[in-house]
Design a protein around this ligand. Structure first.
Ligand SMILES: O=C(O)CCC(=O)C(=O)O
Ligand SMILES: [Fe+2]
Length: 340
């Protein structure tokens, strides 16, 4: 592992030390102001001082490398088809589509661990259920500890986001995230070449995320890019940081004041595989998404002509779960019948 820089260099994305969120008082307001400025500018920022143990992140990287190093047949023992409606398990290279095209990545789909006898699982609620944990010693515990730590960070960041909008810190928790929907992915972007004739251009094609806030750890390889009004910019690896970005639901709630920013990942040609861990901190599946009243400057403009999916997020009304399912059925068409 090479030494990573402490800032993204001359890129426009800010690095915010969020340790003041836990401290309270003026420090908290300062952090909130920084988050607010970043959300209004690009909807993308790095956080440091986040309190997530670096050793835990490192352990998850090691275990994930061991998982992906196995042959395809072994990994397919945890294939998504076995996860059914819970939407969990392994998908192979080119198994996920973004904007209708296969991505050059493989991954493990995970989320909040719920037992088979949990009421939501018994009610066959899509994307809820037990995980398919790889049989690698310590991986289950490490994944659970990681999701737990980053979910806690998610709650704290949402308090900061609420304050940055002039709302009480508990605004989102009271309405949407007392029991958030947490989906978590472990991605591997292999450096291997694409076979001739395959229609593959990106590690992940241009898209926005669906929920409230994505909290991403990336290793030291790089490749994440963000679309700004001035063009695409890099979001390179920064030491001990997470990259945060806003999803469609926060865009919807804030009437476009906080933008759900398009991003993509270049195809990995670095000579080393790239790992990334996005955790999606989203509204409860049953929560009805409502616009926040009285936000100055929020125009809820229809930007569908500029969006990757040609959809107008401000026209959406309903449960977050409905929004999510409509989206995921496009990226995994083979699983659509299982869930919808
Ligand atoms: O792997 C990355 O850096 C980004 C992944 C991503 O954008 C996503 O999963 O939504
Ligand atoms: Fe994304």
């Amino acid at each position: 592992m090479r030494d990573l820089p402490l800032s993204p260099g001359d890129g426009a994305l800010p690095v915010i030390d969020v340790s003041g969120l836990a401290a309270g008082g003026e420090a908290r307001e300062d952090v909130a102001a920084g988050i607010g400025a970043a959300c209004r500018a690009h909807g993308f920022f790095y956080v440091v001082g986040h309190g997530v143990d670096a050793a835990l992140v490192h352990r998850l990287e090691e275990l994930s490398r061991r998982f992906f190093a196995q042959d395809e047949a072994t990994k397919m023992r945890w294939r998504m088809a076995l996860g059914g409606r819970a939407w969990r398990g392994y998908f192979p290279l080119a198994g996920e589509l973004t904007s209708g095209r296969p991505d050059w990545k493989e991954g493990l789909y995970l989320g909040t661990e719920l037992p088979e006898d949990h009421p939501l699982v018994r009610a066959r609620t899509p994307v809820h259920g037990p995980n398919l944990f790889p049989e690698i010693e310590g991986m289950r515990e490490t994944i659970l500890a990681y999701m737990d730590a980053v979910t806690k960070l998610g709650h704290r960041l949402m308090e900061g986001i609420a304050l940055s909008l002039g709302l009480p810190s508990g605004y989102f928790a009271e309405r949407y995230t007392a029991d958030p929907l947490i989906l978590f992915r472990i991605f591997n972007y292999p450096t291997q070449a694409v076979p001739q004739g395959m229609d593959v251009h990106w590690g992940v094609g241009e898209h926005t995320d669906y929920g409230l806030l994505t909290i991403l750890h990336q290793d030291d390889v790089g490749g994440l890019q963000v679309r700004t009004p001035e063009g695409w910019i890099e979001a390179p690896p920064v030491a001990n940081s997470f990259v945060c970005n806003i999803g469609d639901m926060l865009d919807r709630m804030t009437g476009g004041l906080y933008k759900s920013t398009p991003h993509r990942v270049t195809r990995n040609t670095s000579g080393r595989d790239r790992l990334s861990f996005p955790l999606f901190f989203d509204p409860n599946f049953e929560a009805r998404v409502q616009r926040i009243e009285g936000l100055a400057g929020a125009q809820a403009l229809d930007d569908s002509a500029l969006r990757w999916d040609r959809a107008n997020v401000h026209a959406f009304s309903g449960k977050y779960g409905d929004y999510l399912l409509a989206k995921v059925s496009k990226v995994f068409p083979q699983l659509r019948d299982e869930v919808l």
